[in-house]
Design a binder for this molecule. Structure first.
Ligand SMILES: N[C@@H](CCC(=O)N[C@@H](CS)C(=O)NCC(=O)O)C(=O)O
Length: 246
């Protein structure tokens, strides 16, 4: 039987950082929702049917029959629907909007490139992302196919991966600055915490990135807000010298 709140259906690919962002926001707002896990590859057709032909990425939500597509638009809509607790608290709302949009850019790209990039070198670790251990030989054959397909889909090459790694230190410095000025990382969780924290949590699945991230505010936010995120590509996967020094 429908509850007193709006009817919310969330469409996701489960490991996706912006999907985690939206799910965390729904929980924070105390809104009941039904989550539909789409099948990678088939998700585009399903999303286009609901959200329109140009809107094939996840996440999307349908709220009382109205589709809203993309993590930023969804968080803004959730704020209208359930103003408390505020995702954009009044005194810092503008800074939070800006930081959220920043997090929806290059940092989110890296959260896709770097785990898939590192996995190329340790394909058996794909099994850990499903909550299991490293894959056996037959499983690794399958993982190699999946990882190759994902590299093709994202336009990943070794050069793209190397460039992404070189961009990471400046992005992490910006996260430090946002925490230092109180836009993220306080007890009051904002839209920017959820957007940035989800991407950083996925980056923590790459063991080679731990030295760059350890002990910094971004790591604390990511682990606090997204405690359960399986998967680890063991340190030493990426070619020597590709990860910048801290
Ligand atoms: N910036 C968008 C990103 C959407 C996006 O690229 N989502 C990825 C998952 S993280 C996706 O749908 N990938 C599959 C695809 O591109 O078809 C948002 O935050 O909603």
């Amino acid at each position: 039987m429908p509850g007193p709140g709006p009817a919310v259906t969330l469409h996701v690919l489960p490991p996706s950082p912006p999907c985690r962002t939206v799910e965390a926001a729904l929980r924070l707002k105390g809104l009941a929702y039904e989550r539909v896990d789409l099948q990678p590859g088939k998700h585009q057709e399903a999303m286009a049917e609901i959200y329109g032909p140009a809107r094939t990425t996840v996440p999307g939500v349908v709220i009382d029959g109205t589709p809203v597509h993309g993590s930023v638009a969804i968080l803004e809509r959730l704020e209208e629907l359930a103003p408390e607790p505020a995702l954009y608290p009044a005194p810092i709302a503008e800074a939070v909007h800006e930081a959220e949009r920043w997090g929806d850019g290059r940092l989110q790209d890296l959260s896709r490139y770097l785990p898939w990039g590192a996995m190329h070198f340790r394909p058996e670790s794909l099994g850990t992302f499903g909550g299991g251990g490293a894959l056996d030989a037959a499983g690794t054959d399958y993982a190699i196919k999946v990882i190759r397909g994902t590299w093709r889909y994202h336009g990943l090459t070794a050069v793209v991966l190397h460039e992404a790694l070189q961009d990471l230190p400046a992005l992490l410095d910006h996260v430090d600055a946002l925490a230092a000025d109180g836009t993220i990382g306080t007890d009051h969780v904002t839209a920017a915490d959820l957007q940035i924290g989800a991407s950083l949590r996925v980056l923590l699945t790459v063991g080679d990135l731990h030295p760059l991230m350890a002990g910094r505010p971004g790591e604390e936010i990511a682990r606090r807000l997204f405690p359960d995120y399986p998967g680890l590509v063991p340190a030493g996967a990426l070619p020597a010298g590709w990860v910048p020094e801290r």
